[in-house]
Design a binder for this molecule. Structure first.
Ligand code: NAD
Ligand code: 0WE
Length: 254
């Protein structure tokens, strides 16, 4: 078991289709202890049974737009565990309307919201949990190819993911001083709650089946197993990296 006895804090499980659920299930299989945050009461109801299923040690509220809630989360985790070995950031949000019109039409408020939840929350969580990281700890964030190339309608989320990926590199330098690693997984598209109601989603999935080197889409199990590697000591010399888990789609130049 690759993560035996490691304590993993998971941000971003909404339901059993969530990428964070795939990561959590793989972590549990590898012997990790899990704790889950939830963003509001609606999500709490969904997270509790999942935490139970995966043997979660505890759950705690944490809306990442609130410094106060982040600080309270740190207190809870310090009290329950003292230190942590893994932090998974699997959180993103933009106003639906900003994923429907032209990027050119993004409002200041829409830009701020997407950047706050989807990008700033990563340095915010790293800063808050820094005192709790064990040496050799590993932070993981989730990103998407829309940061590198234009994906229709991904819009302000693409800009937020570009900021998130750059953050991973800057944070790698800061956290590296205490032996802590941070990496991002760039997952291919997966039909999760955050992908529901996206009009062209089936077209995007179909295009990948057609042209990705592996001619299929990725699963949350694929992402979970990559997360196990990055969180494990096998990746002890890997930090600041964006690792594509996309059936090879990103390498295509045609
Ligand atoms: P999901 O809806 O299951 O997860 C998104 C999570 O973000 C939810 O648990 C939600 O509660 C949480 N969240 C939203 N606002 C929050 C806030 N203010 N505070 C705390 N939590 C908040 O969808 P998912 O697809 O599993 O998304 C997880 C991550 O994976 C996101 O970063 C997303 O951008 C990324 N990603 C998704 C895909 C995809 O195609 N599904 C591909 C690549 C990357
Ligand atoms: O990062 C994501 C999901 C991001 C997301 C999705 C929503 C939809 C519902 C953030 N905020 C919201 N807000 C809502 O109200 N992905 C990588 C999945 C995704 O989202 C897209 C995609 C893909 C792929 C949006 C447009 C085009 C492609």
């Amino acid at each position: 078991m690759l993560l035996q006895g490691k304590k993993a804090l998971i941000f971003g499980v909404a339901n059993t289709r969530s990428i964070a659920y795939g990561i959590s299930a793989a972590f549990k299989r590898e012997g990790a202890e899990l704790a889950f945050s939830y963003a509001g009461e609606a999500i709490e109801k969904r997270v509790l049974p999942i935490a139970e299923e995966l043997g979660g040690v505890f759950t705690f509220p944490c809306d990442v737009t609130s410094d106060e809630q982040i600080a309270k989360a740190v207190d809870i985790v310090r009290e329950q565990w003292g230190t942590i070995d893994i932090l998974v950031h699997s959180v993103a949000y933009a106003a639906r309307e900003d994923l429907q019109h032209r990027y050119l039409d993004t409002s200041r408020a829409g830009f701020h919201l997407a950047m706050d939840i989807s990008a700033y929350s990563l340095p915010a969580l790293c800063h808050a949990f820094e005192p709790l990281f064990n040496p050799g700890a590993s932070v993981l964030a989730m990103t998407y190819y829309g940061s590198e190339k234009v994906i229709p309608n991904y819009n302000v989320m693409g800009v937020a993911k570009a900021a998130l990926e750059a953050s991973v590199r800057y944070l790698a330098v800061d956290l590296g001083a205490s032996g802590v690693r941070i990496n991002a997984i760039s997952s291919g598209p997966i039909k999760t709650l955050a992908a529901s109601g996206i009009s062209d989603f089936r077209t995007i999935l179909g295009r990948i089946e057609e042209s990705a080197p592996l001619h299929r889409n990725v699963t949350i199990e694929n992402v979970g197993n990559t997360a196990v590697y990055l969180a494990s000591d096998y990746a002890a010399a890997v930090t600041g990296e964006v690792l594509h888990v996309d059936c090879g789609y990103n390498i295509l130049g045609f």
